[in-house]
Design a protein around this ligand. Structure first.
Ligand SMILES: CC(C)(COP(=O)(O)OP(=O)(O)OC[C@H]1O[C@@H](n2cnc3c(N)ncnc32)[C@H](O)[C@@H]1OP(=O)(O)O)[C@@H](O)C(=O)NCCC(=O)NCCS
Length: 324
Protein backbone atom coordinates (compact mmCIF):
# COMPACT_ATOMS: atom_id res chain seq x y z
CA UNK A 1 0.00 0.00 0.00
CA UNK A 2 1.38 3.47 -0.86
CA UNK A 3 2.53 5.45 2.10
CA UNK A 4 3.57 9.09 2.30
CA UNK A 5 5.41 11.44 4.63
CA UNK A 6 4.11 15.00 4.80
CA UNK A 7 6.66 17.76 4.52
CA UNK A 8 7.05 20.21 7.40
CA UNK A 9 6.63 23.06 4.85
CA UNK A 10 2.88 22.53 5.06
CA UNK A 11 2.77 24.52 8.29
CA UNK A 12 5.00 27.37 7.32
CA UNK A 13 2.67 29.53 5.25
CA UNK A 14 1.52 32.73 6.95
CA UNK A 15 -1.58 32.81 4.74
CA UNK A 16 -2.75 29.34 5.66
CA UNK A 17 -5.00 28.88 8.70
CA UNK A 18 -7.72 26.55 10.00
CA UNK A 19 -11.26 27.18 8.82
CA UNK A 20 -13.29 29.15 11.34
CA UNK A 21 -16.86 27.87 11.15
CA UNK A 22 -18.04 30.98 12.94
CA UNK A 23 -16.57 33.34 10.33
CA UNK A 24 -15.62 31.69 7.07
CA UNK A 25 -18.56 29.62 5.79
CA UNK A 26 -20.19 32.26 3.50
CA UNK A 27 -16.86 33.19 1.85
CA UNK A 28 -15.92 29.50 1.42
CA UNK A 29 -19.35 28.86 -0.13
CA UNK A 30 -18.70 31.70 -2.64
CA UNK A 31 -15.27 30.27 -3.50
CA UNK A 32 -16.58 26.73 -3.98
CA UNK A 33 -19.44 28.01 -6.13
CA UNK A 34 -17.03 29.92 -8.36
CA UNK A 35 -14.43 27.17 -8.67
CA UNK A 36 -16.90 24.34 -9.35
CA UNK A 37 -19.44 26.30 -11.45
CA UNK A 38 -18.67 24.23 -14.59
CA UNK A 39 -19.46 20.91 -13.00
CA UNK A 40 -21.89 21.68 -10.19
CA UNK A 41 -25.11 19.66 -10.25
CA UNK A 42 -28.27 20.33 -8.20
CA UNK A 43 -26.87 18.42 -5.22
CA UNK A 44 -23.78 20.64 -5.30
CA UNK A 45 -25.89 23.79 -5.51
CA UNK A 46 -27.93 22.65 -2.50
CA UNK A 47 -24.71 21.95 -0.62
CA UNK A 48 -23.41 25.48 -1.24
CA UNK A 49 -26.78 27.00 -0.24
CA UNK A 50 -26.77 24.91 2.97
CA UNK A 51 -23.28 26.12 3.73
CA UNK A 52 -24.36 29.76 3.27
CA UNK A 53 -27.48 29.26 5.38
CA UNK A 54 -25.48 27.48 8.09
CA UNK A 55 -23.06 30.42 8.13
CA UNK A 56 -25.91 32.72 9.19
CA UNK A 57 -27.48 30.43 11.78
CA UNK A 58 -26.00 31.13 15.22
CA UNK A 59 -27.32 28.02 16.97
CA UNK A 60 -25.98 25.81 14.16
CA UNK A 61 -22.62 27.54 14.35
CA UNK A 62 -22.34 27.01 18.10
CA UNK A 63 -23.18 23.32 17.69
CA UNK A 64 -20.91 22.90 14.66
CA UNK A 65 -17.98 24.46 16.45
CA UNK A 66 -18.19 21.68 19.03
CA UNK A 67 -19.09 18.86 16.61
CA UNK A 68 -16.53 19.57 13.89
CA UNK A 69 -14.46 16.42 14.44
CA UNK A 70 -17.32 14.00 14.94
CA UNK A 71 -19.94 14.60 12.23
CA UNK A 72 -19.68 13.68 8.56
CA UNK A 73 -19.97 17.32 7.53
CA UNK A 74 -17.13 19.40 6.09
CA UNK A 75 -16.76 21.48 9.25
CA UNK A 76 -13.01 21.07 9.57
CA UNK A 77 -10.55 22.34 7.03
CA UNK A 78 -7.97 24.89 6.05
CA UNK A 79 -8.17 28.11 4.10
CA UNK A 80 -5.72 30.38 2.33
CA UNK A 81 -6.27 34.09 2.95
CA UNK A 82 -4.64 37.03 1.21
CA UNK A 83 -5.44 40.66 2.08
CA UNK A 84 -8.45 39.56 4.11
CA UNK A 85 -9.90 37.54 1.20
CA UNK A 86 -10.31 33.76 1.21
CA UNK A 87 -8.79 32.48 -2.02
CA UNK A 88 -8.19 28.81 -1.22
CA UNK A 89 -9.93 26.01 0.68
CA UNK A 90 -9.55 22.33 1.58
CA UNK A 91 -12.18 20.60 3.75
CA UNK A 92 -11.79 17.50 5.89
CA UNK A 93 -14.80 15.23 6.32
CA UNK A 94 -14.52 12.54 9.02
CA UNK A 95 -15.99 9.06 8.41
CA UNK A 96 -15.93 5.90 10.45
CA UNK A 97 -15.40 2.43 8.98
CA UNK A 98 -16.21 -0.10 11.67
CA UNK A 99 -13.66 0.91 14.32
CA UNK A 100 -11.35 2.87 12.01
CA UNK A 101 -11.53 6.56 11.33
CA UNK A 102 -11.12 7.84 7.79
CA UNK A 103 -10.84 11.38 6.43
CA UNK A 104 -12.16 12.53 3.08
CA UNK A 105 -10.42 15.63 1.71
CA UNK A 106 -13.00 17.61 -0.24
CA UNK A 107 -13.69 21.04 -1.76
CA UNK A 108 -10.09 21.69 -2.73
CA UNK A 109 -10.47 25.00 -4.55
CA UNK A 110 -8.27 27.97 -5.41
CA UNK A 111 -9.44 31.27 -6.90
CA UNK A 112 -8.63 31.34 -10.67
CA UNK A 113 -6.41 34.46 -10.29
CA UNK A 114 -4.11 32.66 -7.85
CA UNK A 115 -3.60 29.24 -9.42
CA UNK A 116 -0.28 27.45 -10.02
CA UNK A 117 1.33 29.10 -7.00
CA UNK A 118 1.32 25.96 -4.86
CA UNK A 119 -1.72 26.99 -2.78
CA UNK A 120 -3.74 23.79 -3.34
CA UNK A 121 -0.68 21.71 -2.65
CA UNK A 122 -0.04 23.54 0.65
CA UNK A 123 -3.70 23.26 1.71
CA UNK A 124 -3.90 19.55 0.86
CA UNK A 125 -0.62 18.87 2.64
CA UNK A 126 -1.89 20.73 5.70
CA UNK A 127 -5.12 18.69 5.62
CA UNK A 128 -3.01 15.51 5.47
CA UNK A 129 -0.97 16.69 8.44
CA UNK A 130 -4.21 17.35 10.32
CA UNK A 131 -5.22 13.73 9.76
CA UNK A 132 -1.79 12.59 10.93
CA UNK A 133 -2.11 14.70 14.09
CA UNK A 134 -5.49 13.08 14.77
CA UNK A 135 -3.85 9.66 14.28
CA UNK A 136 -5.92 8.93 11.18
CA UNK A 137 -3.73 7.23 8.61
CA UNK A 138 -6.35 6.51 5.96
CA UNK A 139 -7.17 9.51 3.74
CA UNK A 140 -9.37 9.53 0.67
CA UNK A 141 -10.50 11.98 -1.94
CA UNK A 142 -12.73 11.95 -5.01
CA UNK A 143 -11.65 13.62 -8.21
CA UNK A 144 -13.45 13.76 -11.56
CA UNK A 145 -11.73 11.77 -14.30
CA UNK A 146 -11.84 14.87 -16.56
CA UNK A 147 -9.73 16.96 -14.16
CA UNK A 148 -6.12 16.03 -15.04
CA UNK A 149 -4.59 19.00 -13.18
CA UNK A 150 -6.15 17.97 -9.87
CA UNK A 151 -5.29 14.29 -10.48
CA UNK A 152 -1.65 15.31 -10.97
CA UNK A 153 -1.73 17.43 -7.81
CA UNK A 154 -2.96 14.53 -5.69
CA UNK A 155 -0.68 11.95 -7.32
CA UNK A 156 2.32 14.17 -6.49
CA UNK A 157 1.14 14.17 -2.87
CA UNK A 158 1.14 10.37 -2.74
CA UNK A 159 -2.52 9.61 -3.49
CA UNK A 160 -3.10 6.44 -5.48
CA UNK A 161 -6.16 5.49 -7.55
CA UNK A 162 -8.22 2.78 -5.82
CA UNK A 163 -11.44 2.83 -7.87
CA UNK A 164 -13.13 4.58 -10.76
CA UNK A 165 -16.91 4.80 -10.46
CA UNK A 166 -19.63 6.39 -12.55
CA UNK A 167 -22.84 7.93 -11.22
CA UNK A 168 -25.90 7.32 -13.37
CA UNK A 169 -29.40 8.75 -13.25
CA UNK A 170 -32.70 8.07 -15.02
CA UNK A 171 -36.21 9.39 -14.79
CA UNK A 172 -38.71 6.80 -13.64
CA UNK A 173 -41.44 6.00 -16.11
CA UNK A 174 -44.37 3.60 -15.79
CA UNK A 175 -44.23 3.23 -19.60
CA UNK A 176 -40.50 2.45 -19.81
CA UNK A 177 -40.14 -0.29 -22.46
CA UNK A 178 -39.92 -4.00 -21.67
CA UNK A 179 -37.04 -5.85 -23.30
CA UNK A 180 -37.84 -8.56 -25.80
CA UNK A 181 -35.77 -11.29 -24.19
CA UNK A 182 -35.97 -14.76 -22.64
CA UNK A 183 -34.84 -13.29 -19.32
CA UNK A 184 -37.64 -13.12 -16.75
CA UNK A 185 -37.79 -10.62 -13.88
CA UNK A 186 -38.92 -12.09 -10.58
CA UNK A 187 -38.76 -11.29 -6.89
CA UNK A 188 -35.44 -12.18 -5.31
CA UNK A 189 -35.48 -15.82 -4.13
CA UNK A 190 -33.79 -16.57 -0.74
CA UNK A 191 -31.62 -19.29 -2.33
CA UNK A 192 -29.94 -16.63 -4.52
CA UNK A 193 -28.88 -14.44 -1.59
CA UNK A 194 -25.33 -15.80 -1.18
CA UNK A 195 -24.56 -15.38 -4.89
CA UNK A 196 -26.06 -11.89 -4.85
CA UNK A 197 -23.90 -10.99 -1.83
CA UNK A 198 -20.75 -12.32 -3.52
CA UNK A 199 -21.45 -10.26 -6.63
CA UNK A 200 -22.26 -7.15 -4.56
CA UNK A 201 -19.02 -7.54 -2.61
CA UNK A 202 -17.04 -7.43 -5.84
CA UNK A 203 -18.86 -4.37 -7.18
CA UNK A 204 -19.09 -2.46 -3.88
CA UNK A 205 -15.89 -3.62 -2.16
CA UNK A 206 -15.19 -3.35 1.54
CA UNK A 207 -12.33 -0.97 0.82
CA UNK A 208 -14.91 1.70 -0.14
CA UNK A 209 -17.47 0.83 2.54
CA UNK A 210 -16.54 3.80 4.79
CA UNK A 211 -18.68 5.92 2.47
CA UNK A 212 -21.88 3.94 3.15
CA UNK A 213 -23.92 4.28 6.31
CA UNK A 214 -25.39 0.72 6.15
CA UNK A 215 -24.32 -2.76 5.13
CA UNK A 216 -25.72 -5.22 2.60
CA UNK A 217 -27.10 -7.23 5.53
CA UNK A 218 -30.32 -5.23 5.03
CA UNK A 219 -30.90 -7.28 1.85
CA UNK A 220 -30.72 -10.64 3.65
CA UNK A 221 -33.78 -12.88 3.26
CA UNK A 222 -35.74 -14.07 6.31
CA UNK A 223 -38.29 -13.01 8.86
CA UNK A 224 -35.90 -11.25 11.22
CA UNK A 225 -34.56 -8.95 8.56
CA UNK A 226 -38.09 -8.29 7.30
CA UNK A 227 -39.13 -7.30 10.85
CA UNK A 228 -36.03 -5.16 11.24
CA UNK A 229 -36.73 -3.29 8.00
CA UNK A 230 -40.31 -2.77 9.11
CA UNK A 231 -39.09 -1.44 12.44
CA UNK A 232 -36.62 1.04 10.91
CA UNK A 233 -39.17 1.94 8.20
CA UNK A 234 -36.80 1.02 5.36
CA UNK A 235 -38.61 0.18 2.17
CA UNK A 236 -36.16 -2.12 0.38
CA UNK A 237 -37.15 -3.58 -3.02
CA UNK A 238 -35.39 -6.42 -4.81
CA UNK A 239 -35.69 -8.04 -8.23
CA UNK A 240 -33.79 -10.82 -9.98
CA UNK A 241 -33.24 -11.52 -13.65
CA UNK A 242 -33.57 -15.25 -14.31
CA UNK A 243 -32.83 -17.37 -17.37
CA UNK A 244 -33.56 -21.12 -17.37
CA UNK A 245 -34.01 -21.05 -13.59
CA UNK A 246 -30.58 -19.47 -13.07
CA UNK A 247 -30.03 -15.98 -11.70
CA UNK A 248 -28.20 -13.78 -14.20
CA UNK A 249 -28.31 -10.60 -12.08
CA UNK A 250 -30.11 -9.01 -9.14
CA UNK A 251 -31.07 -5.44 -8.34
CA UNK A 252 -31.78 -3.89 -4.95
CA UNK A 253 -33.33 -0.54 -4.16
CA UNK A 254 -32.22 0.85 -0.81
CA UNK A 255 -33.58 4.31 -0.05
CA UNK A 256 -30.76 6.01 1.85
CA UNK A 257 -31.83 9.62 1.44
CA UNK A 258 -28.81 10.46 -0.72
CA UNK A 259 -30.13 9.37 -4.10
CA UNK A 260 -27.60 6.68 -5.07
CA UNK A 261 -29.84 3.87 -4.12
CA UNK A 262 -29.92 1.13 -6.77
CA UNK A 263 -27.43 -1.66 -6.22
CA UNK A 264 -27.01 -4.07 -9.13
CA UNK A 265 -25.37 -7.42 -8.43
CA UNK A 266 -24.01 -9.11 -11.51
CA UNK A 267 -21.13 -11.40 -12.36
CA UNK A 268 -18.59 -10.48 -15.02
CA UNK A 269 -19.86 -13.48 -17.01
CA UNK A 270 -23.56 -12.53 -16.84
CA UNK A 271 -25.54 -11.38 -19.87
CA UNK A 272 -25.62 -7.54 -19.86
CA UNK A 273 -29.24 -7.76 -21.05
CA UNK A 274 -30.15 -8.99 -17.57
CA UNK A 275 -28.98 -5.70 -16.08
CA UNK A 276 -30.84 -3.65 -18.71
CA UNK A 277 -34.05 -5.59 -18.04
CA UNK A 278 -33.71 -5.06 -14.27
CA UNK A 279 -33.05 -1.34 -14.54
CA UNK A 280 -36.03 -0.88 -16.87
CA UNK A 281 -38.16 -2.76 -14.33
CA UNK A 282 -36.95 -0.43 -11.57
CA UNK A 283 -37.79 2.62 -13.69
CA UNK A 284 -41.34 1.28 -14.09
CA UNK A 285 -41.93 -0.02 -10.55
CA UNK A 286 -40.53 2.99 -8.73
CA UNK A 287 -42.30 5.60 -10.86
CA UNK A 288 -45.21 6.15 -8.41
CA UNK A 289 -42.74 6.99 -5.63
CA UNK A 290 -39.69 8.76 -7.07
CA UNK A 291 -39.23 11.04 -10.10
CA UNK A 292 -35.60 9.96 -10.59
CA UNK A 293 -33.43 7.01 -9.62
CA UNK A 294 -29.66 6.72 -9.50
CA UNK A 295 -26.88 4.26 -9.16
CA UNK A 296 -23.16 4.32 -8.78
CA UNK A 297 -21.14 1.58 -10.45
CA UNK A 298 -17.55 0.69 -11.37
CA UNK A 299 -16.91 2.66 -14.53
CA UNK A 300 -16.86 0.89 -17.92
CA UNK A 301 -18.34 -2.31 -16.48
CA UNK A 302 -21.72 -2.76 -18.15
CA UNK A 303 -21.85 0.90 -19.33
CA UNK A 304 -23.73 -0.19 -22.47
CA UNK A 305 -26.32 -2.12 -20.46
CA UNK A 306 -26.95 0.85 -18.16
CA UNK A 307 -27.24 3.26 -21.11
CA UNK A 308 -29.65 0.88 -22.84
CA UNK A 309 -31.97 1.14 -19.83
CA UNK A 310 -32.25 4.92 -20.37
CA UNK A 311 -29.73 6.06 -17.74
CA UNK A 312 -27.42 9.04 -18.29
CA UNK A 313 -23.91 9.23 -16.93
CA UNK A 314 -23.53 12.21 -14.56
CA UNK A 315 -19.85 11.93 -13.68
CA UNK A 316 -17.01 9.50 -13.21
CA UNK A 317 -15.05 9.90 -10.00
CA UNK A 318 -11.63 8.50 -9.28
CA UNK A 319 -11.34 7.40 -5.66
CA UNK A 320 -7.78 8.12 -4.51
CA UNK A 321 -6.24 7.06 -1.22
CA UNK A 322 -3.12 7.99 0.72
CA UNK A 323 -1.83 6.07 3.70
CA UNK A 324 0.20 8.11 6.16
C1 LIG B 1 -7.20 22.03 -9.01
C2 LIG B 1 -6.86 23.32 -8.24
C3 LIG B 1 -7.38 23.20 -6.81
C4 LIG B 1 -5.32 23.48 -8.23
O1 LIG B 1 -5.00 24.61 -7.44
P1 LIG B 1 -3.58 25.33 -7.57
O2 LIG B 1 -3.36 26.15 -6.36
O3 LIG B 1 -3.48 26.01 -8.87
O4 LIG B 1 -2.58 24.07 -7.59
P2 LIG B 1 -1.03 24.09 -7.20
O5 LIG B 1 -0.42 25.36 -7.69
O6 LIG B 1 -0.86 23.78 -5.76
O7 LIG B 1 -0.50 22.87 -8.07
C5 LIG B 1 0.36 21.87 -7.56
C6 LIG B 1 0.62 20.88 -8.68
O8 LIG B 1 -0.59 20.28 -9.14
C7 LIG B 1 -0.58 20.14 -10.57
N1 LIG B 1 -1.57 21.04 -11.19
C8 LIG B 1 -2.39 21.91 -10.56
N2 LIG B 1 -3.19 22.52 -11.46
C9 LIG B 1 -2.87 22.02 -12.66
C10 LIG B 1 -3.36 22.25 -13.97
N3 LIG B 1 -4.34 23.12 -14.23
N4 LIG B 1 -2.81 21.55 -14.99
C11 LIG B 1 -1.81 20.66 -14.76
N5 LIG B 1 -1.31 20.40 -13.53
C12 LIG B 1 -1.83 21.07 -12.50
C13 LIG B 1 0.81 20.52 -10.99
O9 LIG B 1 1.61 19.37 -10.93
C14 LIG B 1 1.20 21.52 -9.93
O10 LIG B 1 2.58 21.62 -9.76
P3 LIG B 1 3.41 22.69 -10.69
O11 LIG B 1 2.66 23.98 -10.69
O12 LIG B 1 4.73 22.74 -10.00
O13 LIG B 1 3.45 22.08 -12.06
C15 LIG B 1 -7.47 24.57 -8.94
O14 LIG B 1 -7.14 24.54 -10.29
C16 LIG B 1 -8.98 24.67 -8.79
O15 LIG B 1 -9.50 25.27 -7.85
N6 LIG B 1 -9.73 24.09 -9.77
C17 LIG B 1 -11.20 24.09 -9.73
C18 LIG B 1 -11.73 23.23 -8.61
C19 LIG B 1 -11.21 21.81 -8.68
O16 LIG B 1 -11.20 21.20 -9.74
N7 LIG B 1 -10.76 21.28 -7.53
C20 LIG B 1 -10.29 19.91 -7.41
C21 LIG B 1 -11.43 19.07 -6.96
S1 LIG B 1 -10.98 17.39 -6.73
Amino acid sequence: MASFTISARAEQHANLRPLSILRDLPAVADLIEMCFSNTMDNEGKRYVQDMRRAGKDNSFLRWANRAAESTSLPLTGYIWEENGKIIGNASLVPFRNRKHRVYLIANVAVHPDHRRNGIARALTERAMRHAHEKKVSNIWLHVRDDNPGAIELYAKLGFVERARRTSWQAVTDSYAPTLKTDIAITNRHPRDWQTQLNWLSRLYPDLLAWHRNWTFASLRPGLWNWLYLLFVDMNVRQWTAVRNDRMEAALAWIPDGRGESLYPAISDRSDPEALTALLLQARRDLSPFYPRISLEFPSTEFDGAILAAGFKSLRTLIWMQATL
